[in-house]
Design a protein around this ligand. Structure first.
Ligand SMILES: [Zn+2]
Length: 453
């Protein structure tokens, strides 16, 4: 049975994995992984067997279950005894191989060797390139990672790792306690400097190659202020800390992981040129990571709000207002014909730029309709009520109506379930729609803001 129509081959609809314990032994120079994954698997309906996603790695043994078979995408495991609904079965899967990215319609995903190290970039279906999993966004679990690797490398993690040694090799151990879908779990191995930083009271951590130190310090210098702006706009930051990794290699795009973001060397230039991406990735911690997706079709709930956060940050940091950004992007989108729906763009288009921009415009249209006070109250209630859970578009509509007291089905229909691009609504609060909508933005004192350079 298909769990998510956008990734029909992924996941097993009859299981929820409550916890993954990944014990990984990895040799960087030879790209050799030997691992044991211990999973607590809960059954929704009675079952005699279940399946996990695993790509490019070979299972050697399964403990705590019966026979297993493996093809190029799945491991099918028979249970030692039939499970009834609600049973939790612990299975231990011993596997090994030379991990590599998998080819998908969204490009290559998952485990990838850098010039000197490793990154994992899994959205949406790359996780099975490094561990056996129930690879759907709706299944959130906790994780314990133990990584044994060569001592000259650092394993970057979202929480401080315990580092030890074992037969001349380094051992890194850490726990991901917040419920996390498989695609947001990552492994970053490299020759990194590591430093702590305070982000408006949230513990920040930076990992970067030593030669990039100055650029990193400059380009992430606004992160604390950004955290403060976003906490005011979106509610409390949902994780114990925030980690930024900058790889020595260039990356096509930055990527979000749980309580973490990964940037390529090409994304930082010491001049804040791509600061919007820094804002975008941080915003994903609220939109996408804590408040997750039940199905990929609602990807706009992640990307639209992360994109809207870029506009909020632009305004808060003295750049163009969110409203000016919205007008400009509305004009650009209006000349582009789109044949898909925002709330169901289709698997091929789910990461297309129009989804991001129309998603952000939908957020702005909602803001113009219900007013700033109700809009930001909505965002804070949205992230509080759905923290560490999953949502769909209908949930946002219902909460927006509840908080604003305004019927919004027509607005949602026009923006998310129709191909025509609606006009931006007139502001409920301003007759001059071109004026900045919030002044001062979110109560921040403009004059107290440090200039960017
Ligand atoms: Zn994004």
């Amino acid at each position: 049975m298909t769990v998510d129509p956008y990734t029909p081959q992924s996941g097993d609809a009859n299981i929820r994995v409550e916890r993954y314990e990944l014990d990984l032994d990895y040799k960087v120079t030879t790209n050799r992984l030997s691992a044991t994954a211990t999973l607590d698997v809960r059954f929704v309906e009675p079952a005699a067997a279940f399946s996990l996603d695993l790509v490019g790695l070979r299972v050697k043994k399964v403990r705590g279950a019966g026979r297993f078979t493996q093809n190029d995408r799945k491991v099918k495991i028979a249970l030692a005894a039939p499970a009834v609904a609600g049973d939790v079965v612990r299975v231990e899967i011993v596997y090994a191989g030379a991990p590599k990215p998998r080819r998908t319609r969204w490009g290559t995903l998952g485990w990838e060797e850098l010039e000197d190290g490793v990154i994992v970039a899994s959205q949406p279906t790359g996780a099975p390139t490094w561990f056996p999993c129930n690879d759907v966004p709706s299944d959130k679990a906790t994780y314990a990672l133990r990584v044994v690797t060569d001592p000259e490398y650092t394993v970057a993690s979202s929480v401080p790792a315990v580092r030890g040694t074992e037969r001349g090799r380094a051992v890194w151990e850490f726990e991901i306690a917040a419920p996390t879908p498989t695609y947001l779990v990552t492994l970053q191995i490299g020759k990194y400097m590591q430093e702590g930083t305070d982000l408006a009271g949230i513990r920040g951590r930076l990992f970067y190659p030593r030669p990039l130190a100055d650029r990193v310090h400059e380009d992430f210098g606004e992160l604390g202020r950004m955290m403060a702006v976003f906490e005011e706009a979106f509610g409390p930051y949902p994780f114990p800390g925030y980690t930024v990794v900058v790889t020595p290699d260039e990356l096509e795009i930055p990527l979000e992981a749980q309580a973490m973001a990964v940037f390529g060397a090409n994304h930082i230039d010491g001049e804040h040129s791509l600061e919007r991406l820094v804002a975008h990735e941080l915003a994903h911690q609220w939109f996408g990571n804590s408040v997750g997706l039940r199905n990929w079709r609602d990807i706009w709930l992640n990307e639209g709000f992360a994109c809207y956060a870029e506009w909020i940050w632009s305004e808060a940091s003295g750049g163009a207002t969110a409203h000016a950004k919205a007008l400009a992007h509305h004009e650009r989108l209006s000349v582009r014909g789109i044949s898909a729906l925002l709330a169901d763009p289709g698997a091929d288009e789910m990461f297309d730029d129009w989804v991001y921009k129309r998603g952000a415009l939908t957020a702005h249209a909602l803001r113009l309709t219900i007013g700033d006070e109700a809009f930001f109250a909505l965002l804070r209630e949205w992230t509080a009520r759905n923290a560490h859970s999953t949502v769909q578009t209908r949930d946002l509509l219902m909460l927006a109506e509840e908080i604003s007291g305004i019927p919004l089905a027509g607005l949602f229909e026009a923006w998310t379930s129709s191909t025509d691009l609606p006009s931006l609504p007139a502001s409920a609060e301003r007759s001059d729609a071109a004026a900045p909508l919030t002044e001062p933005i979110l109560g921040l004192d403009r004059t107290a803001r440090r200039s960017r350079r």
